[in-house]
Design a protein around this ligand. Sequence first.
Ligand code: ZN
Length: 158
Amino acid sequence: MKKYELKFYPDPVLRKISSPVGKVDNTIRHLIKKMSKIMYTKKGIGLAAPQVGSLDCVIIADIGEGLISMINPEILTGFGEDYLEEGCLSLPETRVNVKRQQSIFVRYLDKNEREKESELDGLTARVIQHEIDHLNGVLIIDYAPVEERINLLSDYKI
Ligand SMILES: [Zn+2]
């Protein structure tokens, strides 16, 4: 089985676009298991596959209400807007105020390949939007104003 480890900015994998999962098999379930272990060890509340070096469309989250895992997540619609300062396990030095939708409808496959639709709001909706960004190579620094971004990036060896 493949080994997975947390990737840090500016690792190029964090800027790649992930591919939809064709078959939810044991490899994907293994990936979810490893991602959960890393997320809980690092005390994160969400993690996306590119952050552990995989380009499968898989995300997980746990805001203290139990583990959510989503395969091929897709936001169907969203409402409202909300600002909150976010961090990211792959950018440990950085916090950015990010505007997100307050509630979202998301469609995804669960780890048994069943299609699900959920309405999420508040922190869960925020974390899921953050993790889906990762599947598109988008990072919290992309939401910072340009001048601020230069300062933020000087914290990393690029
Ligand atoms: Zn992140």
